[in-house]
Design a protein around this ligand. Structure first.
Ligand SMILES: Nc1nc2c(ncn2[C@@H]2O[C@H](COP(=O)(O)OP(=O)(O)O[C@H]3O[C@H](CO)[C@@H](O)[C@H](O)[C@@H]3O)[C@@H](O)[C@H]2O)c(=O)[nH]1
Length: 317
């Protein structure tokens, strides 16, 4: 069994590679040209690596001719919501075109690969209070260009399933965190600032954005287990929420992280961190996925945040 992970050097990609290798699955992955390889250096002897720009259809087709994967985990994307306001066109091109080229290569080469498309809870957007925890059938009311790009990825997956019978499964993953989380995302950003303060690398002021938002966090190690199970057990053409079902204010993320530190820290709002529109509340109902696979999260919110802090303490040491 051979798996292809697009964006293998990313936060989720690197954890998924580790997990699939543990399951004795052969792993290939794509990186962008001149990628740092920071998250997968330790895996290099065990994986096949392809420098492949997904925006280039020929490069994608050539890579797919060489890999011919049984399983495809399509993770590569521009995944930071604020960047999608600064560069909406880039976000659309990256996220939509890359996927079209991938699915077109599957079609042209006549492959029967099972494909997982990593969609997002951001697609739900403006969720009403009486709609939580949200089910897959909830209306989509996107309020960021990123969310729109993920809806396009989602429906392209559906269309290729319907039109060409490709074995496509879409997962709507809610927020996820844990070691290696990119430093721009809230959990990691706060954790890194705390560690920088502990180490005297910056003054004892921690900058924050909107602390009122509420999100549903799952540990990345639970998420990659879910992705593996999705291609093992889920039905082609379907979409599944992957979530913890628990809601946390961003203020609580901050308080939990601060609780693991003895440093004295002042909190200050940084207006540049506020978004033109911010999803107020996202909590997911993952019962459809649980019913199909038996999956449920195993790593607690607190454990995940503690591991993230430990990660930064090691990185910055
Ligand atoms: N990044 C960031 N967010 C902050 C900060 N302060 C408050 N927030 C708030 O924290 C929440 C989470 O922000 P992010 O961690 O940037 O994640 P996200 O926008 O919810 O998107 C993540 O989850 C999606 C799934 O719902 C993913 O699809 C997406 O790629 C990303 O991982 C948002 O409401 C944001 O306004 C800050 O200093 N930095």
């Amino acid at each position: 069994m051979k798996a292809l992970i697009t964006g293998i050097n990313g936060f989720v990609g690197s954890h998924l590679a580790e997990h699939l290798l543990e399951q004795q699955i052969e792993v290939a992955g794509t990186i962008r040209n001149h990628s740092t390889l920071q998250h997968i250096r330790h895996l290099l002897p065990d994986i096949h690596l392809y420098e492949c720009e997904l925006r280039d259809p020929q490069a994608v087709e050539q890579m797919m001719i060489e890999v011919r994967p049984d399983l495809i985990y399509h993770l590569a994307a521009q995944s930071f919501v604020p960047v999608s306001w600064d560069s909406p066109a880039e976000t659309m091109i990256n996220n939509i075109l890359g996927q079209i080229h991938l699915l077109e290569a599957v079609r042209k080469l006549g492959l029967s690969s099972k494909v997982l498309i990593a969609c997002s809870s951001e697609e739900y957007g403006q969720v009403e209070e009486d709609e939580v925890p949200v089910k897959e059938t909830n209306p989509l009311r996107p309020i960021s260009p990123y969310a729109v790009s993920k809806i396009a990825q989602n429906y392209l997956g559906y269309q290729y399933y319907k039109t060409f019978g490709q074995h496509i499964i879409r997962t709507r993953t809610f927020n996820h965190t844990g070691p290696r989380r990119g430093e721009q995302f809230v959990t990691s950003n706060f954790a890194k600032q705390i560690v920088e303060i502990e180490m005297g690398l910056k003054p004892p002021v921690l900058y924050v954005g909107n602390l009122d938002a509420q999100r549903d966090f799952t540990d990345v190690r639970d998420v990659v287990r879910a992705y593996r199970m999705a291609l093992q057990y889920c039905e082609a053409g379907e979409i599944y929420n992957i979530a913890s079902g628990q809601c946390h204010e961003i203020r609580e993320v901050l308080q939990t992280l601060l609780g693991y530190s003895t440093a004295t820290i002042t909190i200050e709002e940084d207006k540049s961190r506020l978004r033109p529109s911010d999803v107020k509340v996202l909590v997911g109902d993952y019962s459809k996925f649980h019913k199909q696979t038996g999956w449920k999260p195993e790593i607690s919110f607190e454990q995940s945040l503690e591991d993230l802090l430990r990660y930064w303490r090691t990185e910055l040491a």
